[in-house]
Design a binder for this molecule. Structure first.
Ligand code: NDP
Length: 453
């Protein structure tokens, strides 16, 4: 890493103390940009790295709501508007007790590069709350969402900032949020939020897009080695939106997903999770809102293990060809990556954001595994959100086939950009470096064109 980047990183560390995920994300991107900064002194002159590490704006607000027993509860809401050089801020909302400013800054920072890679004109943002929808009644979730939007509505808009879902924010929450926006403003602004239901302005394939996209990205990576997903045994973590549709796409392509998890533990089904079993999981998670442990009671061939190991997750120690981490950040430790490698994994496509720790990434790259970083592999979700915005502007709805075809094309284009940038800068096959460089250059050039100072 060159001296200039070292000095930027130490400045970022000093300014953002305690924000460990944000610091990890900035380090992961900037440590790969040395060759670009050397070739393009104009980025250094305009202090583009320093500027990109600073949000353009952060809004923090209280979210008071009333629970079912009549008690008043207060949560914190945050929206990080990170970078608008290539388009309006775009990025999801996360409702989870772990949500803090630093966590959302990491997600917003990643979103800037990811959105640039989609080829669509979207800047980066992220938001959320420390509210935990788990264990809450529908009425409590509704009251919380309405209170959250009562403040957020004044900071968003179809040409300024367009939120969507993320952990803890699925179609139910998007419905309540959009309904409240409509109630307050008196406008049916279909372009102000994405992930809407198909009957009221949502896009076909949006629920599927992140999971399908990460599988399409894995297909592209495997194709560079004349290989495919057909017949491959695959590990998936999580059992939410991304995990479910990753499993669905893998089943369609003839692969065999064998695991799913939630924050309590994971299931291993050595016979494979087929379409029928997956439909049962979708009902369990999306309607009955149950725990993944119930899978092993329903399907006797499967086993369940609670989580608990401090430094590793036994899910990643199951022999498999491919891994699709689709739950949360830093869920593959160095030890997990070593276990994946010793069991012969050949490809890792990140459905989640930053699911692999820095030690894990180093091991996977060092071993020459096909490693698709989240900002490339999971960009399908925001890409179809971009297509939902296009459909809202046109006042049209495209067919399922059309959106899926667009998604495939976008995932191919993301792969191509990451592949070519890695090649151009002397690290062929290093998708992490390629994705970082390609995303950075697009945003940095726009910042220069718009006059960064
Ligand atoms: P969901 O809320 O639908 O599902 C999240 C899943 O991950 C659940 O099974 C949840 O278990 C599990 N999980 C969450 N936190 C933890 C934790 N700390 N430890 C273990 N398991 C955990 O979210 P999504 O599927 O939408 O998101 C999953 C990942 O994909 C996130 O990293 C998100 O940022 C990323 N992503 C999502 C996109 C989207 O379109 N939805 C787009 C791009 C990236 P439990 O129910 O027990 O909490």
């Amino acid at each position: 890493m060159n001296d200039y980047i070292q000095s930027v990183l130490s400045e970022v560390r000093a300014k953002n103390q305690g924000e460990s995920e944000f610091l990890q994300a900035v380090h992961e991107v900037y440590s790969t940009l040395g060759p670009v900064i050397e070739r393009h002194p104009e980025y250094r002159a305009a202090r583009i790295l320093e500027q990109m590490a600073e949000p353009e704006r952060v809004v923090i607000f209280k979210v008071p709501w009333v629970d079912d027993s009549g008690e008043v509860r207060v949560n914190r809401g945050i929206r990080v508007q990170m970078n608008s050089a290539i388009g309006p801020y775009k990025g999801g909302l996360r409702f989870h007790p772990s949500v803090r400013l630093g966590l959302l800054k990491f997600l917003a920072f990643e979103q800037v590069y990811k959105n640039a890679l989609t080829t669509l004109p979207m800047g980066g943002g992220k938001g959320g709350s420390d509210f935990d929808p788990k264990g809450k009644s529908d009425a409590e979730v509704r009251r919380f969402c309405q209170s959250f939007m009562t403040e957020l509505y004044r900071h968003i808009g179809q040409f300024s900032d367009i939120p969507a879902g993320d952990i803890g924010v699925g179609s139910r929450e998007i419905g309540y949020l959009f309904g409240q926006y409509k109630r307050i403003t008196g406008e049916f602004a279909a372009g102000v939020i994405t992930g809407k239901g198909h009957g009221w302005g949502g896009s076909q394939i949006r629920p599927e897009a992140t999971g399908y996209g990460s599988v399409y990205f894995a297909q592209e990576m495997l194709a560079t080695r004349d290989d495919s997903l057909s017949g491959k045994t695959c590990l998936i973590s999580g059992s939410g939106n991304v995990a479910q549709y990753t499993a669905e796409a893998l089943i369609k392509l003839g692969a065999k997903p064998v695991t799913l998890s939630d924050s309590s533990g994971f299931i291993y089904d050595k016979d494979g999770i087929d379409g029928e079993k997956l439909a049962w999981v979708m009902d369990l998670k999306n309607k009955r809102r149950g725990r993944i442990a119930e899978y092993a009671e329903q399907f006797p061939g499967a086993t369940y293990a609670p989580s608990g190991a401090p430094d590793h997750n036994p899910l990643w120690d199951i022999p498999a060809d491919c891994a699709f981490p689709s739950a949360t950040q830093n869920e593959i430790s160095g030890k997990d990556a070593a276990n994946l490698l010793s069991n012969g994994v050949i490809a890792v496509a990140e459905g989640a954001n930053m699911p692999t720790s820095p030690e894990g990434v180093e091991l996977l790259l060092g071993a020459g595994v096909l490693y698709g970083p989240g900002k490339a592999a999971n960009a399908g979700g925001v890409a179809v959100s971009g297509l939902e915005m296009s459909q809202a502007s046109q006042r049209q709805q495209w067919s399922r086939e059309q959106v899926d075809e667009e998604l495939r094309g976008i995932m191919r284009a993301i792969h191509e950009q990451a592949w070519s940038a890695a090649q151009e800068y002397g690290h062929p096959g290093n998708y992490l470096m390629g994705a970082n460089i390609a995303g950075f250059r697009k945003v940095a050039d726009a910042m220069l064109d718009e006059s960064a100072v």
